[in-house]
Every structure is written in structure tokens, then in C-alpha cells.
Ligand binder design. Structure first.
Ligand code: IMP
Ligand code: MG
Length: 178
């Protein structure tokens, strides 16, 4: 039987700190896009709280859609091949697309997603990520709006999970095992 190690959560960003950051990001996005319609493209599942909070601060000029990607590889170390498991429902040609990500880690998912979407000729294609781990980056990829840069630690909460646990914590915490 597998031994379950004790888990300890160390709060990194409180719900209040996250809300303030989402406000700030929404302000930048509103300023950059003005009255233009923007498709907020959430990457499932991790981005759902972030997209919900961000979307309510951008209300009348946004459309919401989702994609889900899957990377095929052995366990946590992906082969670097990212496929679309659930595609968008809408045509993005000549639209402003803003990819909404929970976290950019190695950058593999985002680098591939950007390529896959660019082929569809959106008018603009940008990324907003609540979190970024610059030290973990393996694929260079542009992230136009970053909430917080964090150290190379595994984090959970506010959409981020560990084996589907902890997604609904209102705060973000570093997960310590053992
Ligand atoms: P990347 O392709 O390595 O940049 O990361 C892709 C995905 O891995 C992210 O969108 C997250 O869903 C997940 N991920 C990366 N780091 C963490 C973490 O610290 N906690 C939870 N999920 C993570
Ligand atoms: Mg994600």
C-alpha cells in the first residue's frame, strides 16, 4: 500500500492579495483593449476561478470560452507534445484572444497552445497568467500579463490542484510533503 506523506500548506497569497492583483490586471487589460471585444480563453481546469474573477471585472466587453489541453509523457515530465483535448466552441479569426492561465511553469503548454491558435489567425493573441515560475521555464514563451512571479515550488489553491485536491481553496499555498 502506498504510504501517504503528511501535507502542510504554507500560504503564499491570501484571498485579499489575489483580489488586489486581479483588480490590477483587469485595469491593465481594460486600458490596453479599450472598447474592443476580447475573447477570454480559459485553459481548463486550473484557470476557472481566475477567469471568473477577472471576467467580472471586464464584464461588458468580453466573451468567454475554454480549451483543455493534454500533454503526453511519462508522469510529470511531459514529452513536450501538447494536444487540444477540448477545443474552443467559437471561431477566433480576426478576434482579440486573451489566453487565461493559472500558472506558467515550464512554458510547454503555452508555447504549443500559442502555435495551435496562431494558425487560426486571431487579430491579437496574448496571455494573462496569474502566476509564473521563471526559474522552471524550458520553453520560451511570451506572457504579456503576469500576476505574481513565484519561486520554483509546487503551489495549490484558487484553481490549482494536486491530484484534483485543493482547487477550491480561496488562497494560494505552497504544498510541502513529508
Ligand atoms: P507548463 O506546461 O509546465 O508551463 O505547465 C502547465 C500546467 O501545469 C499549468 O497550467 C498547471 O495546470 C500545471 N502546473 C504547473 N505548476 C503547477 C503548480 O505549482 N501547481 C499546480 N499545477 C501546476
Ligand atoms: Mg493550467
Amino acid at each position: 500500500m502506498p504510504v501517504e506523506l503528511p501535507i502542510r500548506l504554507e500560504v503564499l497569497f491570501s484571498a485579499e492579495a489575489i483580489a488586489a492583483k486581479v483588480d490590477e490586471l483587469a485595469g491593465q487589460i481594460r486600458q490596453d483593449y479599450g472598447d474592443e471585444t476580447v475573447i477570454l480563453l480559459g485553459v481548463l481546469k486550473g484557470s476557472f476561478h481566475f477567469l471568473s474573477d477577472l471576467g467580472r471585472r471586464l464584464a461588458d466587453t468580453t466573451i468567454v470560452d475554454f480549451v483543455q489541453t493534454s500533454s503526453y509523457g511519462s508522469g510529470k515530465s511531459s514529452t513536450g507534445i501538447v494536444q487540444i483535448r477540448k477545443d474552443l466552441d467559437i471561431n477566433i479569426e480576426d478576434q482579440n484572444v486573451l489566453i487565461v492561465e493559472d500558472i506558467v511553469d515550464t512554458g510547454t503548454t503555452l508555447a504549443h497552445l500559442r502555435e495551435l491558435l496562431a494558425v487560426r489567425k486571431p487579430r491579437t493573441l496574448k496571455v494573462v497568467a496569474l502566476l509564473s515560475k521563471p526559474e522552471a521555464r524550458k520553453h520560451k514563451t511570451q506572457v504579456e500579463y503576469v500576476g505574481f512571479e513565484i519561486p520554483n515550488e509546487f503551489v495549490v489553491g484558487y484553481g490549482l490542484d494536486y491530484g484534483e485536491r485543493f482547487r477550491n481553496l480561496p488562497y494560494i499555498a505552497i504544498l510541502h510533503e513529508g
